[in-house]
Design a protein around this ligand. Sequence first.
Ligand SMILES: *Cc1c(COP(=O)(O)O)cnc(C)c1O
Length: 385
Amino acid sequence: MSMSDKYRFGTKAIHAGVEPDSATGAIMTPIYQTSTYAQSSPGEHKGYEYSRSQNPTRKALEKSIAALENADYSHCFASGLAAIDAVIKTLKPGDEVISTNDLYGGTYRMFTEIFQDFGIHFHFINMSEASNIEKHITNKTKLVWVETPTNPMMNIIDIEAVSKITKKHNILLCVDNTFSTPYLQNPLDLGADMVMHSITKYIAGHSDVVMGALATSNRKLSEKIAFIQKASGAVPGPQDCFLVLRGIKTLHLRMQRHCENASGVANFLKSHPKVEKVFWPGFKSHPNHEIASRQMHDFGGMISFSLKENTQEAATKILKKFELFILAESLGGVESLSGHPATMTHSSVPKADRDKVGLTDSLIRLSVGVEDIEDLIQDLKQALS
Ligand SMILES: *Cc1c(COP(=O)(O)O)cnc(C)c1O
């Protein structure tokens, strides 16, 4: 019986992949800061030859992430984008990819400014109705790329409904699960073939590491990814793997508090006279609330909101007044952060396109941290006053 089947999430977060060190009994997996491994005779070794291919600290982390995502295999990369890069490298020139149109900016940039030039074609579509995907499928479609909740509009895509379509057409489905984390959502259980994480965010959780991961139960796919990882070389170092292993031990506790605090913040903002609209899937009025309730265990720590005074100046004034919600890129750390998508993460998207999806000039995105909720509300109050 595997760790995945036997234990619940919190127990897996603390124990999966981590065993007392065979040499010393050390409870924490050591940082195996080594590039290479002694061989007793040519080709005879203990499963480790060179740290681009395998490293024991990384292996422990990969086992942990596989267990959290109910996957058989996982591979960790030097960044979230390096993990996405490996997925696209499984494709060939002429292949087509269907992707969400409301996508992490860095993923969009890689698809359009790197891989398009290598002859891979990308279609960015609205997936709020999964059936919309079918119209765009051709015999060259090899991959569907989903991100849910989306950034920064918090739209929800029905993973199970999408997977029914991709299975029917024999197309690979990969879900970027960064915003949800495996605590809230397990895409493989909903029919996806592969799940991707920017570990940088909630999984590491302390804003001190940049890393990515893929997880799958498809052995062939895992072998392909392992080959690309070794051949292309975007691997994380053992020290960073150690930090992530440490962060994962509190993932369930952090996520629980992120969700509680986000709920408090979302409800406060909703009733504030200066706020126009709050984007958070936990509201019954959210257009995809029902799907979110079905496929997620809770609604996460990310919130966006727009102002009645819909200008960049009005947003900037608030962002500069925050004391706790530090203005910074990234998300998912224990500390609360704020951001201005129109000028930060989504500045490369034309204004007309931004307005169309609701990404207006006054939109502010919050990554709600795990501080005391009373202090977070107080900070919002003074910044909005
Ligand atoms: C941050 C992020 C990425 C990219 O990950 P990096 O670790 O920064 O390379 C991809 N997808 C989403 C949803 C993200 O938030």
